[in-house]
Design a protein around this ligand. Structure first.
Ligand code: ATR
Length: 271
């Protein structure tokens, strides 16, 4: 039986085992998927041991995504761009391949589950940390008219915009100089974790603005509640992205794309 797992620290609250179990049942794949709590000082050893003992694939979560990127023998192009890896697989020759499915998950959730288009649109991306770096290449691949990157610390947005400029139209703008409204606003900051929201002018929101918070929660996230208050047309949270990035990992490992809507609604109902 083929073995898969997610490694992180902490890992107790990970929904990945439940998601991949649902995918496996639905697609008749003979596999197990467990969660592994890995001590900070032994991540690389844990990965190598897992594959040496016949494991087939891993998801990697906080705080190990950059170390997974560094230990990979080969990288997909999107993982190279993200400089972070959330999915590992092993080739027959023993070489470890690092992929990053986070951005594909975000784009799939927007397009397939929320009937959204990014192509030709004016998109504001808020934040300039690892979460945003992980999604920029797949967003730009949709050929938006413009991606504006903004961040509390402007310099970080500036550097990130320069780094991705070869992939499409992307520019950094100070938080207090944004010219709205945008078609999409994607929040990739960690502000919500502290119950906080980035200090954006409400002028970024128009009546047809759709908002996506990469974080998720039972109630509306603080960012989505703020956007709705100022008249955003729709506001989505990141639960769909979580399931879609898992589906994309599953497809890399098993060669079959699971169906996600019932998995998303089951998770939502259990929150
Ligand atoms: P992650 O890997 O989750 O992206 P990170 O690399 O620490 O984490 O990046 C966190 C992002 O959230 C950054 O863009 C950060 O802004 P700064 O670069 O100015 O630090 C942003 N962020 C965190 N807390 C915030 C807050 N309370 N208000 C606005 N932005 C915040």
């Amino acid at each position: 039986i083929d073995r898969y797992a997610v490694m992180g620290n902490p890992i107790k609250h990970s929904k990945s085992p439940q998601i991949h179990k649902a995918f496996a049942e639905q697609t008749d794949q003979h596999m197990t998927y467990t969660s592994m709590l890995v001590p900070e000082d032994s991540f690389e050893d844990a990965v190598r041991k897992f594959f040496a003992e016949g494991g087939k694939g891993l998801n990697i979560t906080v705080p190990f995504k950059i170390r997974a990127y560094e230990l990979s023998d080969e990288l997909t192009e999107r993982a190279q761009r993200a400089k972070a890896v959330n999915t590992l697989l092993i080739r027959n020759n023993g070489s470890i391949v690092g992929d990053n499915t986070d951005g594909a998950g975000l784009v799939r959730d927007i397009m397939h589950n929320h009937d959204g288009r990014l192509g030709g649109k004016k998109i504001l991306v808020v934040g300039a940390g690892g979460a945003v770096r992980g999604v920029l290449a797949p967003i730009l691949a949709e050929k938006p008219a413009l991606v504006v990157l903004t961040n509390r610390t402007f310099e970080k947005a500036h550097h990130l915009a320069e780094e991705f400029a070869d992939l499409g139209r992307i520019e950094a703008v100070h938080m207090n100089k944004l010219q709205g409204p945008f078609n999409w606003i994607i929040n990739g900051t960690a502000a919500s974790l502290q119950g906080d929201i980035p200090e954006l002018s409400e002028s970024v929101i128009g009546e047809h603005t759709r908002v996506y918070d990469m974080m998720y929660s039972k109630q509306a996230t603080p960012f989505n509640a703020w956007a709705k208050d100022y008249g955003a047309e729709k506001a989505f949270d990141g639960l769909g992205m979580l399931v879609e990035q898992a589906a994309e990992s599953f497809r890399q490992w098993r060669g079959v794309m699971p169906s996600t809507p019932t998995v998303i609604s089951d998770l939502r109902a259990a929150m």
